[in-house]
Design a protein around this ligand. Structure first.
Ligand SMILES: NC(=O)c1ccc[n+]([C@@H]2O[C@H](COP(=O)([O-])OP(=O)(O)OC[C@H]3O[C@@H](n4cnc5c(N)ncnc54)[C@H](OP(=O)(O)O)[C@@H]3O)[C@@H](O)[C@H]2O)c1
Length: 280
């Protein structure tokens, strides 16, 4: 039986994928931070004993590492790792996690870095292992702030969010460069605009506008997951690829620069070593 692990698997695209893979007969482990959403997911999964909810607040490095340890205990292998956990903070003051990381950096990028690398050993024995990092490849906005990645000096929520998007593009490039012999296919995936609960978490002033434009322009989750599952089930041969919906993106330009990708990888390792969270 295939095992599919989905962060953000209790809502939006992640939940759409989770319910799809349950219908397909897979074992599905959905990760989220809100127990009520986990219970709602399990209720929607009807009486499937193949559905599991694991609570983890992925803003925390310690929680991401504990999640890896739990998955090692309960899964011999993982076939698909799908990274969807996200909470946009486009406005408002800079906040840091209890481990000292800027919020968007921690949740949207660092947790994905830790889980991608940390679950490699569980993924590699699977027949067609795939990591799908769901974000915004192909959007030409944002950059890595090399001299201040935590944006301690000139913070804006938009800057931090866009930086996390670009960091995830580079994460996939670095992953393929670091493990040239891995069977894992790493896919950076941009679903386009999809009608999820995401606008409900935006700040009040722009929430109605976002909701209204989502109502007009957004694809439904049911439709949006189709090209995603096509790629997950029949991954491309190349170690790293990037897609916007069905369209494969050229891996050119600074978003996919290998030197920058490796530089970010080493910078991230240094930050993690410096934070060195102790035992839970
Ligand atoms: N929807 C779009 O139009 C769109 C467009 C481009 C890219 N994307 C990308 O697609 C992915 C999924 O987006 P979505 O629209 O489906 O989002 P969503 O409906 O808002 O769902 C987000 C998921 O992330 C989980 N999450 C949030 N904070 C968390 C935390 N601290 N720890 C663990 N889990 C956490 C949420 O569960 P809890 O609330 O319980 O924590 C929820 O399951 C994201 O990476 C997003 O950037 C979406």
């Amino acid at each position: 039986m295939r095992t599919v692990v989905i962060t953000g698997g209790t809502d939006g695209l992640g939940k759409g994928l989770a319910l799809h893979y349950l219908r397909e007969g897979a074992r599905v482990i959905a990760v989220g931070s809100t127990p009520a959403k986990g219970e709602a997911f399990l209720a929607e999964a009807a009486d499937s004993n193949r559905a599991t909810f694991l609570r983890a607040d992925l803003t925390s490095v310690r929680a991401a590492m504990d999640l890896i340890a739990t998955l090692e205990d309960i899964c011999p292998t993982v076939d698909k790792l799908i990274l969807c956990a996200q909470r946009y903070r486009l406005f408002g003051p800079r906040t840091t996690t209890h481990e000292g990381f800027e919020h968007s950096f921690a949740l949207a990028y660092l947790s994905r870095h830790i889980l991608s690398h940390g679950l490699r050993k569980l993924l590699e024995p699977a027949p067609w292992p795939v990591v799908m990092n769901v974000g915004t490849p192909g959007v030409p906005l944002g950059r890595i702030h090399w001299d201040d990645p935590q944006l301690a000096r000139r913070y804006s929520g938009t800057k931090a969010t866009l930086q996390s998007f670009r960091a995830n593009d580079l994460l996939g490039v670095a992953f393929a460069a670091l493990y040239p012999d891995t069977p894992i296919r790493y896919i950076g995936y941009n679903p386009g605009v999809v009608s999820t609960g995401m606008p409900a978490h935006l700040p009040r002033p722009i929430r109605p506008v976002a909701k209204a434009s989502f109502a007009v322009f957004a694809t439904s989750v049911t439709k949006a997951v189709v090209p995603m599952t096509d790629l997950l089930d029949d991954p491309p041969g190349d170690p790293f690829t990037a897609y916007r919906a069905k369209r494969r993106l050229a891996l050119s330009g600074p978003a996919f620069d290998q030197d920058a990708a490796l530089r970010l990888h080493h910078l991230t390792r240094d930050l993690l070593d410096a934070a060195a969270p102790g035992p839970s």
